[in-house]
Design a protein around this ligand. Structure first.
Ligand code: GUN
Ligand code: ZN
Length: 643
């Protein structure tokens, strides 16, 4: 079993999940197929909709005479006529909802193996949101015991280890952690259907995030029972890789159509404005005139098209590094979802760990919830901790358009000459003039008409910053006195401020020594290279305004800053490859700095702290250490390659 992370955004990942029936690209949704009635046949799901995995219920098969015998004889794939991955559920839900089930966990796991399920499920105990903590804790113990039995029995079938824990975040995290230590292949988050049915999305967010905290990053996470297109972006953002939907068929049988903003009854709809292949050519009247069976078929297909198109969009936004924007837009479609998005802000510290240092495109502000994105916290924390003002007085500027140095060039110069450090009050909080081109300050778009929340937050941050920096005097931009004559080198100040911000003050100090020369682009006038004591230590990227670490700079860090700071340590097998400039793969990583974030500059070293290469981390430490496949560091320059 291998799960490889190909791309990421937020906690979301584009993954490649290898099952014995093939490779599944995640995020993926598995339509639920009722083995007794195919509303849409598995063959159609595969050929027409492109589903490469489905989920069916082994308990129903086992209890249906005829089906049981055929499944045992022919196997599930033949029974269903489906060549993709088949996941089976165990009957937990049936036992829970209808009090049926007189089967044991052993029986169900054995049966799932016998019928050739690719991914079977333990007979877990469904923990309801209204359960007491004691009741929940007790049933988790039973689920964990059963899980151990299931792992011991599974053979070459993969197994779902369902995380339970009702709405208790500590129980969820603990259950997840204990499941993660077992030989489990996929982690569904269970017991969440009632939360989704009752639109309790803020609790869903707590449940998913606390479960994610306990799980290992090397296994796909399945959100059990989530299949409405409206939740997919938010759920993917929280790191759910797999989904399943029974509603596409259930809703269709009740004449209910799924759309991105909700579910609508055919009887109440005023018009059919859908262009999916199932609806094309139909009007609301023509749909209503069909026989019940015909209509169910069309609506089920319509529902599936809504799901697949949203899922494709989610994948695209992950690839483009814009999933936050999609999730925010989707969450504005329903107040309950907006609660979910707002609750996500409570988990910023956890989300910050996987928030990339920069993205390719500009970030868009979609409304006041955007302030909850971890990039805001990242910037505020770093500027507060890592900025060193060049003077002991400050001049405050309003946000008058970007880049600030172009808009305010002369006034900034006047301020500095008079001994005042120019600071712009931006939606991110205070922006010192030297930092105005780094991601996300320059690479972000905000509406010109500001909202009160952003103004308040920004003012608060600026106030704290001024206090922290200990400025003796703070004036407004129009109060800067004329005729100052302080000498300063704006390029060197900028070069150092960016290094402080990006690497931390101690690391920047380790690199900047002796004479500092700045090489600028003749075309743009922007800083390109930083030369210190005659050695090229850093190059500045035009796109995100942040540095690329040169081997000379890396060497200086290794000499002064103790391991594992900024390091990714690889084993001996990997040494010859990485020193030749090949990427460092996760399976060879021995250790890494826990502060490394995706897209961060890192130094790849051997076990003796010898420089092998510099590059950009694609994974964080916990991922590097647990993933068995995939690039940990995209290596730029081997130490032998001094070009
Ligand atoms: N289907 C929906 N929720 C659940 C759950 O919690 N456990 C199992 N096994 N199946 C589910
Ligand atoms: Zn449609």
């Amino acid at each position: 079993m291998v799960f490889e992370i190909v791309r990421r955004d937020g906690l979301a990942r584009i993954g490649r999940f290898q099952t014995r029936a093939g490779v599944l690209e995640t995020p993926a949704l598995l339509p639920v197929v009722n083995p007794k009635i195919f509303t849409v046949t598995p063959r159609e799901l595969y050929d027409e909709f492109g589903f490469r995995a489905l989920i069916t219920n082994s308990y129903i098969i086992k209890n249906t005479p005829g089906l049981k015998e055929r499944a045992l004889e022919e196997g599930l794939h033949k029974l269903l006529d489906f060549e993709g991955t088949v996941m089976t559920d165990s009957g937990t839900f049936q036992s829970h909802m209808y009090g049926e089930v007189e089967v044991t966990n052993e029986e169900m796991v054995q049966f799932q193996k016998d019928i050739g399920s690719d991914i079977g499920t333990v007979l877990d105990i469904f923990t309801e949101p209204y359960w007491t903590k004691e009741q929940t804790a007790k049933s988790i113990e039973t689920t964990l015991e059963r899980m151990q039995v299931a792992c011991d029995m599974k053979g070459d079938m993969m197994i779902n280890g369902v995380v339970q824990g009702s709405v208790y975040q500590d129980l969820r995290e603990d259950c997840a952690r204990r499941m993660a230590s077992m030989d489990v292949d996929v982690h569904p988050i269970g017991g969440v259907v009632p939360l989704m049915e009752q639109y309790r999305y803020s609790e869903l967010v707590d449940v998913v995030i606390s479960s994610k905290k306990g799980l290992n990053p090397n296994r796909p996470v399945h959100l059990f029972g989530a299949g409405h297109p409206m939740v997919l972006a938010l759920a993917a953002l929280m790191g759910c890789d797999l989904f399943d939907s029974a509603s596409y068929a259930k809703f269709a049988r009740d004449d209910r159509m799924m759309f991105i903003d909700g579910t609508y009854r055919l009887a109440y709809m005023q018009a059919l404005d859908c262009n999916c292949p199932a609806c094309r050519g139909h009007t609301i009247e023509s749909l209503r005139k069909l026989t019940r069976d015909q209509r169910t078929k069309i609506i089920a297909r319509h529902n599936l098209y809504q799901i697949t198109s949203e899922l494709s969009l989610v994948r695209r936004y992950i690839r483009e590094g814009r999933l936050w924007e999609l999730a925010e837009m989707r969450c504005r479609g329903h107040p309950a979802l907006l609660d979910g998005l707002r609750r996500l802000k409570e988990h910023t510290a956890f989300l910050e760990r996987t928030e990339p240092i920069s993205r390719d495109g500009a970030m868009f502000y979609t409304g006041s919830e955007t302030r909850g994105r971890p990039i805001f916290k990242r910037y505020a924390d770093r500027v507060m901790e890592r900025y060193v003002p060049p003077t002991d007085k400050a001049a405050m500027f309003p946000d008058g358009g970007k880049p600030y140095n172009r808009v305010y060039g002369e006034q900034f110069d006047k301020a500095m000459k008079a001994g005042y450090t120019p600071i712009v009050t931006s939606p991110f909080g205070p922006v010192p003039a030297e930092l105005d081109e780094i991601y996300p300050l320059a690479q972000s778009l905000f509406p010109e008409i500001t909202d009160a929340e952003t103004v308040t937050e920004s003012d608060n941050l600026t106030f704290d910053f001024i206090e922290k920096m200990g400025f003796k005097e703070v004036i407004e931009a129009d109060e800067i006195p004329d005729g100052g004559d302080m000498e300063y080198d704006p390029d060197v100040l900028r070069a150092k401020a960016i290094a402080n911000y990006q690497f931390g003050i101690d690391v920047a100090d380790a690199m900047f020594r002796g004479k500092i020369e700045i090489v600028k682009s003749r075309k743009t006038g922007k800083i390109r290279n930083v030369i210190s004591d005659g050695e090229h230590i850093l190059s500045l990227r035009a796109g995100d305004g942040l540095y690329t670490l040169r081997p000379e700079g890396a060497q200086r860090i290794l000499e002064k800053i103790p391991s594992p700071r900024m390091r990714v340590i690889v084993n001996d097998d990997s040494v010859p490859f990485v020193s030749e400039g090949r990427n460092a793969f996760a399976q060879f990583v021995l250790d890494a700095d826990d502060e490394i974030r995706p897209m961060e500059e890192v130094i790849v070293v051997d076990r003796n702290d010898r420089l092998l290469a510099t590059g950009r981390a694609l994974l964080i430490k916990s991922e590097m250490k647990s993933l068995k496949k995939g690039i940990a560091v995209k290596v730029r320059t081997g130490s032998g390659d001094e070009a």
